[in-house]
Structures are given as structure tokens and as C-alpha cells.
Design a protein around this ligand. Structure first.
Ligand code: GRF
Length: 194
């Protein structure tokens, strides 16, 4: 291992967690500059929670539905992350918008992966929107999270060609394997700088 301490990283998920798994696996490399300390899901039965535990990573649910408002949910999230001494947060299929209150507390420390070539197609249904627009290219972006949706500084992007017989499903599947490769590269890049 190098002289530098690994950056303690938390992954926020809401679902299956394929990007989470690729980050956890990348971080098993002794030379990787980040370690995955914790996985948190806002959905109690997210499949990714069990997958994280199987890989030996502690995983907990903080169900947003248990809280009466966004602020109290985010306070609980902030507390869990602070207690674990987290330095970097990776959103990976995390389906909650983080408020300015939360984002300002973690400025420059929150990453997200989005399935489009940002600034194109912020928000949902990105694959269908790329098809409907007649685009030749589609892709994925890892970016910093700021106060606005899917709008923070871009860290890395990867692109794929759209084929004539593509559907939203085929595009999503082909792009996901690119996402799974891109996210560990982006986290490496940021973890090396902190
Ligand atoms: C990915 O396509 C990601 O870009 C989007 O949600 C999906 C999450 O997939 N934000 P997974 O849970 O990482 O498998």
C-alpha cells in the first residue's frame, strides 16, 4: 500500500446496486485510493443492501418514508455518514434528490452517475429521450452533485453508439456495463486528489 490513506467512501443506493458492486470490487485492489466503508439505502428492501453485506461491507437502510420531511431524513443520513467518518459519497442509483442543506455540508464530496451524456437529458427516462431525439450517440456521466439536478461539474463520461434496432431496454443494458467501468475510474480520480 502507498503512503496515502484511503479515502473513506459511502455509497448511496435505492435498488439493485450494480454500480455499487463495481465500486466495492474496484476498492479491493490494495492500490485503489478509496475504501468503501458503508452502503446506505433509502429503500429498506433494496437488493443492493444484501449484496453489499455478502461482499463484507456494512450496509444499512435509512428509509425516507420513516421521516416526516426531507430535512429530518437528510439529518439522519448526515449523522450516519459523519459517524462513519466518511469523506466521499457516491450516489449509485440513489433515487432521492439531495437538498441544498445536505449538498452544502458535503460540497465537492458527492459524486453521482447519470445515464446520459450530460448536459443532455437530466432527470428520468434518458434512454427513451435519446432514442426519441434521433441521437447517434448515448452515454453515461459521473459528475459532482450540486444544488441543481444532474448539473454539477463533470468528472468522466463514456459514450456508446445508438443502433437502429435499439430500444430503451437494450440501450440501458449496454450502457450499464459502461457505467460499471466508468464509476470506479471516476472515484479513483477524485479519491487521489483529497
Ligand atoms: C444506473 O443506470 C444509474 O446511472 C442510474 O440508475 C441506475 C442504477 O443502477 N442513476 P444500479 O442500481 O447501479 O445497478
Amino acid at each position: 500500500m502507498g503512503a496515502h490513506k484511503k479515502a473513506k467512501t459511502a455509497i448511496l443506493i435505492s435498488g439493485r446496486g450494480s454500480n455499487m458492486i463495481s465500486l466495492i470490487e474496484a476498492a479491493t485492489d490494495p492500490d485503489y485510493p478509496a475504501e468503501i466503508s458503508l452502503v446506505i439505502s433509502n429503500i429498506a428492501d433494496a437488493a443492493g443492501l444484501e449484496k453489499a453485506r455478502t461482499k463484507g461491507v456494512s450496509a444499512m437502510a435509512i428509509p425516507h418514508r420513516d421521516y416526516s420531511n426531507r430535512r429530518s431524513f437528510e439529518k439522519a443520513l448526515h449523522k450516519a455518514l459523519s459517524l462513519a467518518n466518511v469523506e466521499i459519497i457516491c450516489c449509485a442509483g440513489f433515487m432521492r434528490i439531495l437538498s441544498p442543506w445536505f449538498v452544502s455540508r458535503w460540497a465537492g464530496r458527492i459524486l453521482n452517475i447519470h445515464p446520459s451524456l450530460l448536459p443532455k437529458y437530466k432527470g428520468l427516462n434518458t434512454h427513451q429521450r435519446a432514442l426519441d431525439a434521433g441521437d447517434d450517440l448515448h452515454g453515461c456521466t459521473v459528475h459532482f452533485v450540486d444544488e441543481k439536478l444532474d448539473s454539477g461539474d463533470i468528472i468522466l463520461q463514456d459514450e456508446i453508439s445508438i443502433l437502429t434496432d435499439d430500444t430503451a431496454e437494450s440501450l440501458a443494458a449496454r450502457l450499464l456495463s459502461r457505467e460499471n467501468t466508468l464509476y470506479p475510474k471516476a472515484l479513483r480520480k477524485i479519491a487521489e486528489t483529497i
